[in-house]
Design a protein around this ligand. Structure first.
Ligand SMILES: [Zn+2]
Length: 278
C-alpha cells in the first residue's frame, strides 16, 4: 500500500522521501513498516509478517503496472478509505476522484466474482460511479479477467466488427454478476488494458450471448496526468439507440460529437425508460 495513517488519522504517503516511524493500516489499524524504497523496490507500507489483515495480504506489494496507473492521478486521490455503515467494514478505493464522485478500481490479478460484485454495489449504492480497469496484457502471467482474441464476428457489422472480441479462454463470470453494462452505462464501467498501445484502455460497451463475445468502445482512453474521468463512462451512442439502427461511419462521426454522459449523482432507485436490443 502507498497510503497509511498516523495516530491522528492523517494520510501518510510512502514516497515522501523520509521514513515514518509510526504508521498504521487504514483497514485493520495495525502498526506498519514504512519501506521508503530501495533500488527497484518502490516505496510502500507493509504489514508485519504475522498479520491476518486481508487488505495487507493483497495490497502491500502491488505490481508496477498497478502503481503506474495510480500515479496518473494526484496523491490525494490514491487509496481513499470508505466506511461501510451496513457491515462496519472499511474499503479502500485504488483511486477516488472527489470532484466527480468516481472510483477507479485497478485490477492486475484475478478477482473473486463475489468480491467484485460487493465492491461494485457498495460504491453504486452510495451514489458513487465506479470504473474497473483490468489488466489483460499478454505479458501479464495471470490475466485478471480472461484474455481476448479477435472475433471474425457475424453478429456485428461495419465499424463495430473491428472491435469485437471473444474470450481467448474461459470467459469471466465476474462481469455477468455486475450491473447491466447498458442500463448502468453512465455510472458503471469495465475497461481493459491489452498492453499493445501504450497505457491505453478500451471500454467494453456491448456484450452478446452472456459475454461469450464483447465489443469495445470505438474511443480509446489514453492515460495521462490529464486523464479525463468522463472518458471511462463515455458510451457509444449506437448501443443506446432505441431501435438500434445500424449506423455507418459517417453517421457515427455525427453522433459521436454528442457525449451521452450526463452524470447523475444518485444511482439507487433510478429507472431508465429505454429499450435495448437483445
Ligand atoms: Zn491491515
Amino acid at each position: 500500500m502507498i497510503v497509511a495513517y498516523d495516530k491522528q488519522g492523517n494520510r501518510l504517503y510512502a514516497g515522501v522521501g523520509k521514513k515514518y516511524k509510526e504508521c498504521f493500516c487504514p483497514v485493520c489499524g495495525e502498526e506498519l513498516i514504512h519501506k521508503p524504497g530501495k533500488g527497484e523496490r518502490r516505496p510502500h507500507f507493509a504489514h508485519k509478517g504475522n498479520t491476518e489483515c486481508t487488505y495487507g495480504k493483497d495490497k502491500d506489494h502491488k505490481s508496477d503496472w498497478h502503481i503506474r496507473m495510480q500515479e496518473y492521478f494526484p496523491e490525494e486521490a490514491r487509496e481513499v478509505r470508505f466506511d461501510d455503515k451496513e457491515t462496519g467494514e472499511k474499503h479502500i478505493a485504488d483511486i477516488f476522484v472527489e470532484s466527480c464522485n468516481t472510483v477507479l478500481e485497478i485490477q492486475h490479478s484475478p478477482i473473486d466474482p463475489e468480491e467484485f460484485l460487493s465492491r461494485t454495489l457498495f460504491h453504486l449504492k452510495n451514489g458513487r460511479r465506479i470504473a474497473w480497469l483490468f489488466d489483460e496484457s499478454s505479458d501479464s502471467e495471470n490475466a485478471s479477467f480472461g484474455k481476448f482474441k479477435k472475433d471474425d464476428c457475424e453478429w456485428e457489422d461495419g465499424i463495430y466488427a473491428q472491435k469485437s472480441f471473444k474470450w481467448a479462454y474461459k470467459r469471466r463470470k465476474a462481469i455477468t454478476r455486475g450491473p447491466d453494462l447498458k442500463q448502468a452505462f453512465d455510472s458503471y464501467s469495465i475497461c481493459v488494458y491489452t498492453g499493445t498501445e501504450g497505457d491505453v484502455f478500451h471500454r467494453i460497451v456491448g456484450e452478446h450471448c452472456l459475454f461469450d463475445y464483447v465489443t469495445f468502445s470505438l474511443d480509446n482512453i489514453e492515460m495521462s496526468e490529464n486523464t479525463n474521468i468522463e472518458d471511462f463512462f463515455r458510451y457509444d451512442l449506437y448501443w443506446v439507440l432505441e431501435d438500434r439502427k445500424r449506423i455507418n461511419a459517417q453517421s457515427y462521426q455525427k453522433i459521436s460529437t454528442y457525449i451521452p454522459v450526463a452524470y447523475r449523482p444518485r444511482y439507487a432507485g433510478r429507472k431508465r425508460k429505454r429499450r435495448f436490443y437483445g
